[in-house]
Design a protein around this ligand. Structure first.
Ligand code: GDP
Length: 581
């Protein structure tokens, strides 16, 4: 009996855990499910109801199911604290049962922690009752065992941490939401119309037309801020338009104002983060960039490629095919394939969906989103719909078989807005910070645009995008390759210098040899001349000796003899003179 109940207890715990996980998971996906489910269960269909309301009360038993209330105007009511009443119930419930002793201890300790002194007093009598009941023999039949575990579950459920999502919800709703959406593309592609259709409001109107109608044809960045309200949820939407983009004859560098804008917002945020008071930093960073591609049917233009290459490591890019009603479904599919191939070919990193689940796969298959926009509503089968009326029929903006407007809107607003913000913060902004803090330039012009960013989004999670070890490894590699380059450069310089020296030395050697040769030749000539002179002199001497019949040697001997005689005579005379005195 005990083993069986322990097994059932374990399985009940496992089921409870699964339910909890489902609950937390569904907190983020409930709205997605609701959005996807809009339009009659179609995950990508149009919304038929307002977004789901949050759970309004703390759970009384097992954690509550995901918030699925779809009232038109759900007002989040204050969450009532049911802890005490639950405690009373559970205490009473437990009083009728005889649990396993350790389960009972844990129940008691939980109560100990949760009940205030006052509560303890209130429940003292019941505690006594409970202990009396506990002394009764164990209940043996199956139904009672089930009851025991149901109550155990209730007891565990009453701890109250399942209420955490409500706390987060209330706080988030109170704070409001911020989202910056950038639209880039040539003027006339329907950007302003798309923005109006997207948020079901006249952000641009006849009185305040879209930027491309107001601004001169030079690339500028225009921001429009609007506060949108839906079921007490405030969304501060910033629409960033780039009128004049790609309109000039020479479009080189027309992406620069866009890069400057994106980075200026990162800079603003970085400065705000470094201030003493960082409590209320408003997030004006660009969270998503819708890049409008002209429906040419001929793939991407070089401007499209260059823009995406320059911006892909700075902002989440989502490519869209503008005015998709000008393409037949076959043309559209073919065009999409062409665009995706070119994106892969040029190694452009567009926004990646976080998980490879069914919905995300469906969304992925629709990229680039072929969209149609309209500022007017027309009647189809007695129903008012946003669409474009042509003599041959009506193109409905919110019809999945006509265009990808709904999946795109769901992605941006219902299902992936938070993820877009997270990726902006943990990937693009972190990259900016890395570059900035490393003291490097953040400008693409001075960096190879193909160079990978220090952070990229991993396939499954944003958290794993930040990998300091990988970053260090990359830096180490970069450093060693820089050292190798320096070494080879130094070797080259050394070799060049040695070569130069060698040539100089050989030149010097040749010069010396030349000079040596010249001097040798001169000496030889001089010697030959001297020899000649000597011979001439000898000849003259011999001629003179023959003429005077005496040799020079003889003459020398005679003169030497006479000199020595004179000297001897001079000495004698001196002696005689000395003797006289
Ligand atoms: P922007 O300069 O990119 O902001 O373009 P606008 O939104 O001002 O639109 C330019 C023109 O294109 C307007 O006449 C719109 O009515 C029209 N337009 C907008 N969206 C679409 C669309 O999806 N299909 C077609 N065929 N025309 C569109």
């Amino acid at each position: 009996m005990m083993n069986k109940s322990a097994g059932t207890y374990a399985s009940a715990r496992a089921a409870l855990q699964t339910k909890r996980e489902m609950f937390f998971k569904s907190d983020s996906t409930a709205s997605a499910g609701g959005g996807g489910g809009g339009g009659g269960g179609n995950p990508l269909g149009p919304p038929s109801t307002a977004p789901p309301a949050p759970p309004v009360s703390a759970p009384t038993s097992a954690p509550p199911p995901p918030p699925t209330t779809t009232t038109a105007n759900p007002t989040p009511t204050p969450v009532t604290n049911h802890v005490n009443s639950n405690a009373t119930n559970n205490a009473t419930n437990n009083a009728t049962t005889n649990n396993a002793p350790d389960a009972k201890t844990s129940v008691a300790s939980i109560k100990e922690q949760l009940l205030t002194t006052k509560d303890k007093k209130d429940h003292k009598d019941e505690e006594n009752k409970e202990s009396k009941q506990a002394a009764k023999p164990p209940i043996k039949d199956k139904t009672n065992a089930k009851e025991v575990f149901r109550r155990q579950r209730e007891v565990e459920g009453y701890v109250g941490f399942a209420n955490l999502p409500n706390q987060v919800y209330r706080k988030a709703v109170k704070k409001g939401f911020e989202f910056s959406l950038m639209v880039v593309g040539e003027s006339g592609l329907g950007k302003s119309t798309m923005i109006n259709s997207m948020f079901l409001s006249d952000i641009y109107s006849n009185e305040y037309p879209g930027p491309s109608h107001r601004v001169k044809k030079t690339v500028q960045v225009e921001t429009t801020k609007v506060l949108l309200k839906e079921n007490a949820v405030n969304l501060m939407l910033t629409v960033v338009d780039t009128p004049g983009f790609g309109d000039a004859v020479d479009n080189s560098d027309c992406w620069q104002p866009v890069i400057d804008y994106v980075e200026s917002k990162y800079e603003e945020y970085l400065n705000a983060e470094s201030k003493v008071n960082r409590k209320s930093i408003s997030d004006n960073r660009v969270h998503c960039c819708l890049y409008f591609i002209a429906p040419s049917g001929h793939g991407l233009k070089s401007l499209d490629i260059e823009f995406m290459r320059r911006l892909h490591d700075k902002v989440n890019i989502i490519p869209v095919i503008a005015k998709a009603d000008t393409l037949t479904p076959e043309e559209c599919q073919h065009f999409k394939k062409q665009i995706i191939n070119e994106i892969h070919q040029h190694k452009i990193k567009i926004y990646e969906f976080p998980e490879e689940d069914g919905d995300n796969n469906k969304l992925k298959q629709r990229v680039p989103f072929a969209v149609v926009g309209s500022n007017v509503t027309t009647e189809v089968d007695g129903k008012k719909v946003r669409g474009r009326k042509y003599p041959w029929g009506i193109v409905e903006v919110e019809n999945l078989s006509h265009c990808d407007f709904i999946p795109l809107r769901n992605l941006l607003i219902r299902t992936h807005m938070q993820d877009l913000k997270e990726v902006t913060s943990s990937v693009h902004y972190e990259n900016y910070r890395c570059r900035k803090l490393a003291g490097g330039t953040t400008d693409n012009k001075s960096k190879s645009s193909n160079k990978p960013s220090c952070l990229t989004r991993s396939k499954n999670s944003v958290a794993s995008a930040w990998n300091p070890l990988a970053l260090m490894e990359e830096e180490k590699k970069e450093h060693s390759s820089r050292m190798q380059k320096m070494e080879s450069e130094m070797e080259q310089v050394f070799e060049m210098k040695v070569k130069e020296k060698m040539t100089k030395l050989s030149e010097l050697e040749a010069d010396l040899q030349k000079r040596n040769e010249t001097m040798r030749r001169k000496l030889e000539t001089d010697m030959a001349e001297l020899e000649e002179e000597r011979e001439r002199f000898e000849k003259e001497r011999r001629a003179w000796e023959t003429a005077n019949n005496v040799t020079v040697e003889e003459l020398r001997r005679r003169s030497l003899e006479s000199i020595s005689k004179e000297q001897v005579d001079g000495k004698d005379k001196g002696k005689k003179k000395k003797g006289l005195f």
